[in-house]
Write a protein that binds this ligand. Structure first.
Ligand SMILES: NC(=O)c1ccc[n+]([C@@H]2O[C@H](COP(=O)([O-])OP(=O)(O)OC[C@H]3O[C@@H](n4cnc5c(N)ncnc54)[C@H](OP(=O)(O)O)[C@@H]3O)[C@@H](O)[C@H]2O)c1
Length: 471
């Protein structure tokens, strides 16, 4: 048997530390050896809850199944793990250590069986090293960072080299982040997510729910909304009142306004709005409001919904996350071209223009509402394997499949932007992997504040909606 003990101290309450650890699937956020972890049982973690971990050991992936054997709420957790040739018993204890500090003690017992037992002399130091790295990761994960996010020189250079920059759009970029944790809880706060019935949006909603936020899922199909709400409950172990749904087709301005009014009525304070819904269209068609559909869903829908719920965002001093795309780097802000024409329509170019305009709108909003306390940031989720990508870009999906991100990786920055103390110190920026990135890389694609203001005027004219007047 290999026995390993280690402890760390963090500036968090034992209750917070225990809550984060009891959903043991969070270990994928802090243990560098864990590639993937998921909770297999639904509901809040309790004795009997099971987890599946995919762990990389010496370059090979192994699957372990864990079960919570004992649990003393807020204090102690005993987990038993099993894999071929390996059985582990791991005990985690959280104890108050002075003023709002917590000491976390870890004790692991690893029994090797069969052919694996022969490698014990080699595996002992490896196991100790893995535990050390995991505990260091846990300490980082639980330590709240208040520093304003900044781009380091390595990613600055990578952004300016096409190959390195695009490589970071794959899962490599996600794994290159030094901290992937979501450990800042959001009890009592309200988060609304559009496009929450699948792909990245559903993963965003699920992670916010795990942090304790009340979630409003916005989607166009009642059955898919009900399925997504069930998924979020099961993932987060949230109670039945924590997830709410609103039905609206975001290609229709009147339905968006109705959804906004409903959201305002149910939640006079909205802490986070994630404008995630988006799509790419091969053919040129107008929405019911006479707007080219790519522009309607990726630009007009976030504009109308955000303005509609602005009183609730102002009341909560909330944050807005606008889901753009790295594709926007290919386009300049061209307001006239947003109308589109059937002859010049291309799915990718229309998408790039709309996502570029969303980044310009984000910058304008941050100036317009920043002093009133609402924070706006836009982001690129990376290249993510979702139903939308499989449908719109089947060849891209087939070729890059193995290195595409999964939905939770694509969701990461959208959750961090709404939940973390560090992200509250950014406004009007464009993020990838929790790092602010340049909004223009190709010469001639940058925009001035006056152009973003003209875009805002164009959106007001095109939609005819009332915008919020600041007093
Ligand atoms: N995946 C990527 O690699 C990638 C890269 C860059 C940016 N993005 C952006 O990330 C966001 C999410 O992308 P994804 O890949 O997760 O897309 P997805 O799998 O296609 O999911 C899109 C979501 O938007 C909803 N939606 C689409 N049209 C709608 C409408 N008219 N009314 C209401 N809801 C509507 C869909 O609802 P239904 O279930 O009803 O269809 C779905 O929930 C998008 O803004 C996308 O542009 C994605």
């Amino acid at each position: 048997m290999i026995k390993v003990e280690r402890h760390i101290t963090v500036e968090r309450s034992p209750v917070d530390c225990f809550r984060y650890l009891a959903d043991f699937s969070t270990c994928e956020q802090w243990d560098p050896a864990v590639y993937r972890a998921e909770k297999l049982t639904t509901g809040a973690p309790r004795v009997g809850s099971e987890f599946r971990l995919v762990v990389s050991v010496a370059g090979r992936r192994r699957t372990l199944r864990y079960r919570i054997e004992e649990m003393t709420a807020g204090q102690r957790l005993v987990l038993r793990g099993r894999a071929a040739g390996l059985e582990t018993t791991e005990t985690i204890k959280c104890t108050a250590d002075g003023n709002n500090k917590c000491r976390i003690d870890y004790r692991g017992e690893f029994s090797l069986r069969g052919p694996l037992a022969r490698f014990k002399p080699m595996l002992k130091p490896l196991t100790k090293r893995m535990v050390r790295h995991a505990m260091d990761g846990l300490q980082r994960a639980l330590t709240i960072n208040y520093t304003a996010p900044r781009q380091g020189w390595a990613s600055y250079i990578a952004d300016r080299s096409i190959l390195a920059g695009e490589a970071l759009f794959t899962d490599r970029g996600y794994f290159a982040m030094s901290n992937r944790s979501h450990a800042e809880f959001m009890d009592g706060r309200v988060v609304a997510v559009t496009g929450a019935t699948g792909g990245i949006g559903r993963a965003i909603a699920a992670e916010y729910a795990r942090l304790g936020a009340r979630i409003v899922l916005i989607g166009r199909n009642s059955q898919r909304l009900a399925d997504a709400a069930q998924y979020v409950h099961d993932f987060a172990g949230a109670d039945a009142t924590a997830v709410d749904t609103i039905e609206a087709d975001l290609l229709d301005i009147s339905q968006i306004q109705k959804a906004g009014a409903e959201l305002l009525e149910r939640h006079p304070q909205l802490d986070v709005l994630v404008n995630n819904a988006g799509a790419m269209f091969d053919t040129f068609e107008h929405s019911v409001d006479g707007i080219e559909r790519t522009v309607a869903i990726n630009l007009v829908a976030p504009f109308v919904l955000t303005e509609a719920v602005m009183p609730a965002l102002l009341a909560a001093q909330g944050r807005v996350v606008n889901m753009s795309s790295g594709g926007m780097y290919a386009a300049k802000l061209d307001i006239k071209a947003l109308a589109g024409t059937p002859d010049s329509h291309g799915a990718l170019s229309a998408y790039a223009r709309a996502k570029r305009a969303l980044v310009a709108l984000n910058a304008h909003w941050s100036r317009r509402y920043g002093d009133a306390g609402v924070i706006f940031n836009a982001m690129h989720p990376g290249w993510v394997a979702t139903p939308g990508v499989a449908d719109a870009l089947p060849r891209f999906n087939a070729v890059l499949g193995p290195i595409l991100r999964d939905a939770r990786m694509g969701a990461d920055t959208a959750v961090w932007l709404g939940a973390s103390a560090a992200a509250a110190r950014a406004n009007g920026a464009f993020f990838l992997d929790r790092t602010p990135r340049p909004t223009a890389l190709v010469p001639g694609t940058g925009f001035k504040p006056s152009q973003a203001q003209s875009l805002y005027a164009w959106l007001r004219n095109t939609t005819g909606i009332e915008i919020h007047v600041l007093r």
